[in-house]
Design a protein around this ligand. Sequence first.
Ligand code: FMN
Length: 484
Amino acid sequence: MSNTLVGHPLDLRAWIEDTRKLGELTEVSGADWDLEIGAISELNVKKDLPNALLFDDIPGYPKGHRVMTCSTSSPARLSSILRLPIEMTNAGLTQSLRGKPKQWQGLAADYPPVSVATGPVFENVQEKESVDVLAFPSPLWHEKDGGRYIGTGCMVVTKDLDSDWVNVGTYRVMVHDKNHVGLDMIPGKHGAIQYDKYMKAGKPFPVAIVVGCDPLGYLISGIEVPFGMCEYNYIGAILKQPVSVVRGQLTDLPIPSHAEIVLEGWAYPGDERIEGPFGEFHGYYPGKPATAPVVTVEKVYFRNNPIIMGSPPAKPPNDYSYSKAVMRSALLMDALIASGVPDVQAVWAHEIGGARMFNVVSIKQRYAGHARQAGHILSQCGVGAYMSRYSVVVDEDIDPSNMQEVMWAVATRSDPEMDIDITRRGMGSKNDPMSIAYTYKAPFNSKAIIDACRPFDFINEFPEVAEASKQLQETVRAKWKHIL
Ligand SMILES: Cc1cc2nc3c(=O)[nH]c(=O)nc-3n(C[C@H](O)[C@H](O)[C@H](O)COP(=O)(O)O)c2cc1C
């Protein structure tokens, strides 16, 4: 099916209408920001094909002040967001995504954002004493969260101190009070690198937080776009037209002209406060609340009837685990091929590992050492290194996205002593639930590479699979379709 969003600018409302036409939008009236929106969204994504949810009539807020969740959780919606032909199945989407991230990355330089004089985002402006972040229905997503989070499916726009590089990253944003929010950027993330430079120079860090946008915005801000590249360029390459931006009146940072809500301000040197805890993508609340930079919000821009784009993490499957699995699998596949691993068949970054901690690649083995090469690169390449824990390599007859088949290969084609390599002091995270048991003084982890391929030196003698041949299966399925 063709994608009717092709040619549209970055606008959440156009995407909502498209989703309504696809029959994948559910409107919910009267759910409370206090835990109800979070719990409804969490239960919704446990369904087989969850709809996107648009919450209105939120108690305590004017009608029209809305929250959207579950935007990226189906193949049809994800292909619509990525401006690909509409795919109804996971296999179809994965197939049409093949090679696309590499193509988009290659084209990104041709699509710098274009500044326009004004846009719907400036329909309403709060400034000075009128700034009130609490005027929007930020949910308390999970019972043990440290506060209400206005930023989950958001885009945090920042600029490098000593170059023109603008970065757009998805980092969670907690409301402290009516004009202060906390920003949690993990060390090493591009926004955190830029922040550190300003702090070392003793200068306020300019920030614009886009709290509602076409979901393509946070989808791309939430993946590993190369260091130094602006996510707006990458998004432009997907749209095949530049992102239209207006300039923040305080910081001059570029903001999508059709954004729903934008918080603009500065993180001042030394202003860090306790932030979190927050239910995380791997399914746990990380250890203890820690300090994080505070943004003093000095201007708020918003459209009439603004929509917060929510994308709450939780025990997988969660709001964005499906899109992460699809996107990271495509990026890992491109990374493996770019690093010279031949005959990569497919890659899958499993939702149960938050699309980071349990990744599988299938290869057609060509030479001794091929499987280990693929496994180690999967575990350590730029897109894959952060928090990777188990990287599994399987033969081409195994579907890496099918956990039953993957674990069958692990159980029957690997010998623990011979086939599990462990690398130490790899790239971990302060948010790793296992870090409680680590003795490292910095966020390292260890990584296992499981070679679950038939041993290459005995590949021709390895026992044959006891399963009906593809041809026999097809014949029998055709003849016995009334019972199969
Ligand atoms: C919904 C969502 C929430 C996220 N929250 C955070 C967060 O709070 N802190 C963080 O460092 N990364 C978070 N991430 C992951 C980053 O967005 C991701 O690593 C991205 O590559 C960061 O951008 P950067 O590479 O420009 O730093 C989140 C991703 C998504 C999709």
